[in-house]
Write a protein that binds this ligand. Sequence first.
Ligand code: ZN
Length: 219
Amino acid sequence: MAYHHRYLDNSPLSLPIGKIVCVGRNYLDHVRELNNTVSETPMLFMKPTTALLGLDEPIHLPEQRGSCHHEVELAVLVGRELRNASAEAAREAVAGYGIALDLTLRDVQNELKAKGHPWEVAKAFDGACPLSPFLKPEALPEPQATALELQINGEVRQQGNTEQMIFGIFDLMAYMSTHFTLQPGDVVLTGTPAGVGPLASGDVLTLRLASHDFSAQVA
Ligand code: ZN
C-alpha cells in the first residue's frame, strides 16, 4: 500500500508527499552515546519520499547491510511554504505532529563516516522512515514539552522529552528553510534521544507521543 499523509481521525489531509528533512545530534544524551560532538549549527540531512512507510505496514530491514538502528523522533508535517522563514512563521506553518523512526544502517554509516564520505545510503533507503498518522497542531499544545518513547517487545528502549532538544522545533525549521525551501507536504524529523539500538526480525514496537500509542512490527 502506498504511503499517504493522514490525520489520526482520518479527516482529510490533501497534502502531497514531499521530502523529509532531518537533523542529527539534537539531544545531548544521544550525542554522547555515539561519542559525537555537539554541532554549533544543526547538522541536516534528507530522506527521499521513497523512505516513507506507514506504521501499519511491516518494517523490512535491509538484508546483508549490518545493523539497522531505531531512532524515535518527533515528526512535523509542513503545511505552508517556508523559505528564509522566522521561527514564528515556522510554527504557523505546521499542519500536524507525528512520531517517526529514523532508521539507520549503523555499521554502514560508521564505515562511511570513518572514510569521511557522505552517509546518505545508511539513512535514505526504501522504508527508512516509518511514520505515524498526524495529530492536528491543536492536539499537541506544547510541542516543545512533549514526551516521546519507544518500547520494543514491551521494554522501554528510548525515552525523552522534546524540551531536551538542543535546537528547538521552530528555530530548526527556520534554519532548514535557509538551506532548502520547505514545501507543503514535507516532513521534518527533529532528532532522537538516547537509547538507539538494533532492530531484529519479529520485533513488536510501540511508539508513544504524549498520550498516543502507535504500534509497528518488524517483518
Ligand atoms: Zn535521527
